[in-house]
Write a protein that binds this ligand. Structure first.
Ligand code: AOF
Ligand code: ZN
Length: 380
């Protein structure tokens, strides 16, 4: 008997092929921004006849990669089922529309994990397919959530005009993020530090406040794991970053965000040493975080990791511009003094507190790592 008679069997089959497409999509991590990571698997007569993913910004889309892969194996995609993690595009951009190409190839069924939040597409790809006589199935549930989480930054930029923001905070057992003198180096052990570098490699940009630059002189590069260096961003309302700061580096990937009307001389000194300086509006004497995020989205940054210090992390929480938290808690060190996450949220009742969902907790060396999605974060 054909699987058509068993809807639950069909769901299992769809989930299986879509999971494969999602893992292919992940190969594009950090290479596709500001475009999404997309994977595609083409199935005919119960066999995968072609697959592919969007490899790099400006390169062919995932569907075209998969069709080309099938052709290179001498397969004909006519009558096949195409699993694609994102709705096929409908517009002429860097490449012609994939939806039209799928119709022209004569595929019979397209299964998608999520709609494209890009207003140029958003449902129009599905319309083109249906009008071309192709059956379209939109998956929901967990597999859709996984597809959305993978492209959380892409969704946020299109839906909310800002990157998806992850906070990373390291603290001593007594909740201090630095000593009284501001130093915050080496709170956690080497395994946790490796994990923090992995997190840097996963985000398009990593951000610290000027206080962290002055006290720790961090490089903010990916060193303990393989990966692409993120854009390094310093929030510095009065341009106190020294031109000799390590964060500036030599690769032109350091951006200092300051308030409008910054000191010309200091600005020029920083630019001469290789940094880019951007001026955005300020609020209460500090760079306005929302304006800074908007600016970053405009520069193609989809995902941002905020690495410290306590003041900057607190400001993101206070403004409710934080979506995910990963906390590194040393189980070995007690500082006894220094700052914590003194956010000043002014809750009058425990019930009002921010909560985390989808919590994952691990023990790594002598440190506890706990992470989750913040309740103040809007929907994907
Ligand atoms: C991708 N890769 O596999 C798919 C995309 O500028 P373009 O022509 O490359 O178009 C980019 C848009 O195409 C992107 O924002 C998204 O809406 C859609 N689909 N993009 O880069 C892909 N399927
Ligand atoms: Zn496309």
């Amino acid at each position: 008997m054909s699987a058509e008679f068993f809807p639950e069997v069909i769901t299992i089959i769809h989930t299986e092929y879509m999971s494969r497409a999602l893992s292919l999509a992940r190969n594009g991590l950090r290479m596709t921004s500001p475009n999404p990571m997309v994977g595609c698997v083409i199935v005919k007569d119960g066999r995968i006849i072609g697959s592919g993913w969007h490899k790099k910004y400006g390169n062919p889309h995932a569907e075209i990669e998969a069709i080309n892969d099938a052709h290179s194996r001498g397969e004909n995609v006519r009558g096949s089922a195409v699993y694609v993690t994102l709705e096929p595009c409908s517009h002429y951009g860097k490449t012609p529309p994939c939806a039209n190409r799928l119709v022209a190839e004569g595929v019979s069924h397209v299964i998608i994990a999520m709609r494209d939040p890009n207003p140029k597409v958003n449902g129009k790809g599905i319309d083109i397919l249906r009008e071309g006589g192709v059956k379209v199935t939109e998956l929901d549930g967990e597999i859709q959530q996984s597809a959305k989480f993978l492209n959380r930054g892409f969704i946020f930029v299109h839906k909310y005009g800002r990157p998806f923001v992850s906070l990373k905070a390291a603290m001593s057992l007594d909740g201090r993020m630095n000593l009284a003198n501001g130093s915050s180096k080496w709170i956690t052990g080497v395994e946790a530090r490796t994990e923090a570098h992995r997190m840097r490699a996963e985000n398009d940009a990593v951000l610290v406040g000027v206080g962290t630059v002055l006290s720790d002189d961090p490089e903010l590069t990916v060193r303990f794991v393989d990966g692409v260096n993120p854009l390094r961003v310093v929030l510095d309302s009065r341009l106190r970053t020294p031109p000799s700061a390590k964060v500036i580096g030599h690769d032109g990937k350091c951006l200092i965000i300051t308030s409008e009307g910054a000191d010309r001389q200091q600005k020029k000194a920083l630019e001469d040493s290789g940094a880019t300086v951007a001026e955005v509006s300020s609020r209460g004497g500090h760079v306005d975080i929302e304006s800074a995020l908007k600016y970053l989205a405009g520069r193609g940054i989809l995902t941002l990791m905020v690495e410290g210090g306590p003041e900057v992390l607190s400001a993101f929480l206070r403004e409710r511009l934080a979506d995910y938290v990963r906390l590194f808690i040393s189980s070995a060190k007690i500082f006894g003094e220094g700052s914590g996450l003194d956010v000043g949220l002014g809750f009058g009742d425990v019930g009002e507190a921010f909560t985390l969902t989808g919590i994952k907790t691990r023990i790594l060396g002598g440190d506890i790592i706990t992470e989750g999605r913040l309740s103040c974060s809007p929907d994907l």
